[in-house]
Design a protein around this ligand. Structure first.
Ligand code: ADP
Length: 197
C-alpha cells in the first residue's frame, strides 16, 4: 500500500475508555469502522448528511435524517442560507442520538475535488466542534450519481489523509453503508488504506 507502516499511528492499539455504543460490523483498526444500516440510529458526536444545496430536506439519507431529527432540525437549517457544493454546515442533532449533524452537499456526478472537499470539510468542522466520533453515509452515490467505487476511494483516502495529519482528532470514524454494493467495495478498500498491524 501507499502508506509506509512505520509512519502509521494506526498500528498503535488505542483502547477506548468505553465500548462504542454503535454496533461495529467490521473493525479494521481502532479508529475506523464500517456500520451497515441506518445512520440515524448512531449515537456519535456527529453524523454527516448528504444534503442538497437548499438544506431544506430531500430524499434518501437526507429525508431519513430530517424525519428522525424532527421539525426542529428543519427550522435550524432554514437559518443557514443553504450550502455550496463541497462545503458543509453544522447543526444540532435535535431528536437524533447524534449530537450534531454536518450537512454537506456532494457533487452531482463525478467531481472528485468536490467530493473530497465534502469529506475534508466535515472532518474539520466536526473536530473543531469537539466531536470525538463521526459517521459518514456514501455521499453523492445515490441520486447524485457518483460511481460507487470511485466515490469510496475518495472517501477512504480523504479520511486516511485527515487522520494522518490529525492523528488525535477522532476516536472513531465510521463509514455508514446502506447498500450491499458498498459493503463489498469498502471491505476491499479499507484494508488497503487502513491495513491491520
Ligand atoms: P446523494 O443525493 O448525495 O446521492 P442519497 O441520499 O441519494 O444522496 O444517497 C447517498 C447514500 O445514502 C446511498 O448509498 C443511500 O443508499 C444511502 N442511504 C439512504 N438512506 C440512508 C440511511 N438512513 N442511512 C445511511 N445511508 C442511507
Amino acid at each position: 500500500p501507499a502508506y509506509a507502516k512505520e509512519n502509521s499511528y494506526y498500528l498503535q492499539k488505542v483502547a477506548l475508555a468505553e465500548p462504542p455504543k454503535f454496533s461495529v460490523a467490521a473493525d479494521l483498526n481502532d479508529r475506523v469502522s464500517v456500520f451497515r444500516g441506518d445512520i440515524t440510529t448512531l449515537e456519535v458526536g456527529a453524523i454527516v448528511n448528504a444534503a442538497n444545496a437548499s438544506l431544506m430536506g430531500g430524499g434518501g439519507v437526507d429525508g431519513a435524517i430530517h424525519r428522525a431529527a424532527g421539525r426542529e432540525l428543519k427550522a435550524e437549517c432554514a437559518t443557514l442560507n443553504g450550502c455550496a457544493t463541497g462545503d458543509a454546515k453544522m447543526t444540532g442533532g435535535h431528536r437524533l442520538p447524534a449530537e450534531r449533524v454536518l450537512h454537506t452537499v456532494g457533487p452531482i456526478g463525478e467531481h472528485a475535488d468536490k467530493l473530497e472537499s465534502c469529506y475534508a470539510t466535515c472532518l474539520g468542522l466536526a473536530r473543531d466542534a469537539g466531536a470525538r466520533s463521526i459517521a459518514f453515509p456514501c455521499i453523492s452515490t445515490g441520486v447524485y450519481g457518483y460511481p460507487n467505487k470511485k466515490a469510496a476511494v475518495v472517501a477512504v483516502a480523504t479520511v486516511r489523509g485527515f487522520l494522518d495529519r490529525h492523528p488525535d482528532a477522532f476516536d472513531r470514524v465510521i463509514f455508514c453503508l446502506f447498500l450491499s454494493v458498498d459493503v463489498e467495495i469498502y471491505s476491499q478498500l479499507l484494508p488497503i488504506y487502513f491495513p491491520l498491524g
